[in-house]
Design a protein around this ligand. Sequence first.
Ligand code: MG
Length: 455
Amino acid sequence: MTQQNTVPRLFGTNGVRGVVNTEEMDCEFAMRLGMAIGTFMKGAVFVGTDARTSNEMLKSACMAGIMATGCDVLDCGVVPTPTIQFAVKSNDMAGGVMITASHNPPEFNGVKCVDPDGTEMARENEQRIEEIFHTEGFYRADWRGIGSKDDFDRAIPDYIDGIVARTDVEGIRKANLRVALDCGNGAGGNVSPRLLERLGVRYVTLNADPNGAFPGHNSEPTPENAKDLVEFVKAGGFDLGILHDGDADRTIFVDENGSYMHGDRSLAIAAQYECASRNGGLVVTPVSSSKCVEDAVKIAGGSMMYTKVGSPVVARAMMAHSAIFGGEENGGLIFPELQYCRDGAMAAAKMIEIIAMNGALSEIDAGIPAYSQYKTKTPCPDKMKDSVHAKLLEDEGSDNVDTTDGLKIFLDDGWVLVRPSGTEPIFRIFSEAKTPDRAREIAESYKKRVAEAIA
Ligand code: MG
């Protein structure tokens, strides 16, 4: 639990994020980060952005830094994060850089790095970049070796071809489905309408123009931000509603009745489908995911593996153990047949395929057990986190405890995850049970136990 690296951390769970034109995310910062990235990557780099107003500014600065180290940059324009990842993987590049703040409010932006295999950058590589950044160990090319910059316009068509090639387009066409797509004015607007066209569904779009002012709604796919889509689906007789976050690595769905479907349900439904179509297989998800995922996988004859929280960890475990599917319950679904990363457009294509093959989404959902969750948190000084963890572990005994990430304690009628935050002086407590009351009761009792362990 203790931080091994003494260099101050820049990258969080999903890249570097900050408020634009403050010192945490201005041109100077982006240029210096670009120099550190180029020094580390040592080769040609794909660069892309989501739809934010600060994108061109930060991208230009970051590309200048990368070129200063002698690396060539290929600018993919406004694209979803998984589009950059697919381009890096398919074109034998040294890496990728995505200027995005995903689902954060419009005043934020960020930088996310991609490893040569197209996955989100491994933590140890981010640490190398942090080290170069803080020690200013930048490689400065001489005048003959400065990198070049070209536009790359194949990223989107290649990515769409990749998805279509791995989707049952014939089956989808026969089902004659009607779909409502809300791109939330994010980068998905440059991909998903074209994908739906290729899949042969009838579709209507909302907020499909990439626009950093986010005139439709903010870019996190919450129930609040899905209101217009829900109303639309209810009114219009659609088979499915699709909602992307700002960089379209995540997708949330609305069923044919206009019910917002939480991400644990779509994760379970996709996991079940992937297992059923292969007569089993391994599915990977973080310890925080609902038991409904495991239930769905077992119904379909598959097996489960749990990891620490964070999509890069899930993706790498999937690679190491030849998993057939994985993901997070925030709408981040990973289909390894295309690539080892969260992929919003692929998730949309697969959910359309699932409905085409198996019928109404609400009925598929009804076939999977449901649970209630409860989330809370409680303060704990950073220096006490290890001892609180040890005390709780001692009290519980090791039989019913999983220590993959924090403490996941299995009870007769549910489970609770007690996890120290990596960034704040708190423990996060997350429980699941058959009823809302019981889930709350479990979480509150462990909240009390953390407080007692500190006292
Ligand atoms: Mg995202």
